[in-house]
Structure formats: structure tokens, C-alpha cells
Design a protein around this ligand. Structure first.
Ligand code: FMN
Length: 228
């Protein structure tokens, strides 16, 4: 557990990713090219992924910065077929209600170009699922609670690093957020202080995988960036 009684104690900066300034632009360009090949996919092949690759990507995600270094996340990695089926059944039951009007017209209209529906076969075809949990508050060994700060921000950053780490070794992902998701606490045996944030299927695309055309539209630099 992250200690709450530690005093401030500066130590020398450990090894860092040292790149000469004149190399920065070419590194930035290369990484941009690599990340531009990232697409959320929904058509996963059943090609296996070594468990150690998944473990390493999650360890990488857990190097993310977090509010007060509280690291308010937990990842559940699932390859077990029975468990994937249970998660798919529960997710599809929620999605059925969602697409039958539980979500409201505006939300459904926003989703229309993405073409998503209540069938969630990717949950069982992808070789791995990573369920991301956010710890709304911390629990000491004696069961007492302590406050966590900036939980959504911290978990969002860690998840972004997870997607990037998986992409970096050639794996595709989907950010899947059935609504509501509380069924995941029971199926993944996680405590009440943790809130499921997403199901992330991980794997390789099938040879004939498609993506929604709408997902290829990205805002321009002038839309997303102001420089002073
Ligand atoms: C927070 C969040 C929730 C999402 N939820 C879903 C989802 O439930 N189902 C789905 O098919 N895609 C979901 N997506 C994926 C988006 O549709 C996708 O990121 C977007 O269309 C852009 O495509 P790209 O990721 O290929 O760039 C979600 C993405 C984010 C960031």
C-alpha cells in the first residue's frame, strides 16, 4: 500500500529517457506515424497472445502518473473462456436494454455512425480481456477508508498508456463501456470501492476486419490546439 506516513525525501532522478534535442522531431514524427495506425477494432481473430505480453503491458500502464501517487487502479486480465462467456452474457443483457431505448435518442444518434449494437461477440473472440477498475477510495489493511484524489484522471492516463503499450507490440484493442457495468465487480471478484471503467478486448484483427468510416475522421490541429 502507498504509505501515508512517508516524509518528503528527495533522491536523485533515476535513469530517464535521454534523447538528444536534435533527435526530438524525428522521434516525435516516428511515434506519430506509429500511433496513427491505432484503430479501435471490433473484429478480433482468435490468435493467441502470450500472457507475459499482457503482463508487461499492464506493468507499463501502472507506471502512469497518479494523484498523490495513489495508483488508484486495478486490472483484471482474463483468458478463461467460461469467464469471457459470462461477461459477454451480462454485457449483452445490459446493451440490449441500452439499445432498446434505455439510453435516450440523443446518445443512440451519436452512436449511429459507429454502427455498434447489442451483439458483443468481440468479448468472446478476443484472446484476452482486460477489465479496468478505478478505486474510488483506498482501503487500509484494517478496513478503514482513505480518500483518493483525481481518480478518473489517473485511471484515464493509465488506460491510455495501456492502449499505447499494447499497440506498440502490434496488438489492437477496443474500449468497450457497457452501461451500467457494475456486474463486473461480481464476475471479476473485485471489492465495492472499485468501479469498473471499461472492458478492453485485446488481440489481432481478422484479415477482413472493418472499422466505421466515421472513426477515421480526426479533428484538425487548429481545432484541438491553441498556442500562445
Ligand atoms: C470512453 C470510451 C468509451 C467507448 N465505448 C465504446 C463502446 O462501448 N463500444 C464500442 O464499440 N466502442 C467504444 N468506444 C470506441 C470509440 O467508438 C472509438 O474510440 C472512436 O470511434 C474512434 O475510433 P478509434 O479509436 O479507432 O480512433 C469507446 C471509446 C472511449 C474512449
Amino acid at each position: 500500500m502507498v504509505s501515508h506516513h512517508q516524509k518528503y525525501h528527495p533522491v536523485p532522478l533515476p535513469a530517464y529517457n535521454s534523447i538528444r534535442p536534435e533527435k526530438a522531431q524525428s522521434e516525435a514524427d516516428n511515434f506519430f506515424k506509429r500511433m496513427s495506425k491505432r484503430h479501435s477494432i471490433r473484429d478480433f481473430s482468435n490468435t493467441n497472445i502470450d500472457e507475459n505480453v499482457i503482463r508487461t503491458a499492464i506493468k507499463t500502464a501502472a507506471r502512469a502518473p497518479s494523484g498523490a501517487n495513489q495508483q488508484p487502479w486495478h486490472f483484471v486480465a482474463i483468458k478463461d473462456a467460461k469467464m469471457k462467456h459470462k461477461i459477454r452474457d451480462a454485457a449483452e443483457a445490459e446493451e440490449q436494454k441500452f439499445y432498446n431505448g434505455g439510453s435516450g435518442d440523443e446518445w443512440l444518434a451519436a452512436l449511429e455512425p459507429i454502427g455498434t449494437g447489442p451483439n458483443k461477440s468481440h468479448i468472446t473472440t478476443a484472446p484476452w480481456l482486460i477489465v479496468v477498475f478505478a478505486q474510488r477510495y483506498g482501503l487500509r489493511d484494517d478496513g478503514s477508508r482513505y480518500k483518493h484524489y483525481y481518480v478518473p484522471e489517473s485511471v484515464g492516463i493509465a488506460t491510455g498508456i495501456l492502449i499505447t503499450a499494447l499497440h506498440n507490440c502490434g496488438l489492437s484493442t477496443l474500449t468497450h463501456t457497457p452501461n451500467p457495468m457494475s456486474f463486473l465487480n461480481g464476475l471479476c471478484q473485485r471489492p465495492k470501492n472499485e468501479k469498473p471503467v471499461m472492458i478492453m478486448p485485446v488481440g489481432y484483427p481478422t484479415p477482413n476486419a472493418t472499422v466505421p468510416q466515421a472513426s477515421l475522421y480526426k479533428k484538425t490541429e487548429s481545432d484541438i490546439l491553441s498556442i500562445f
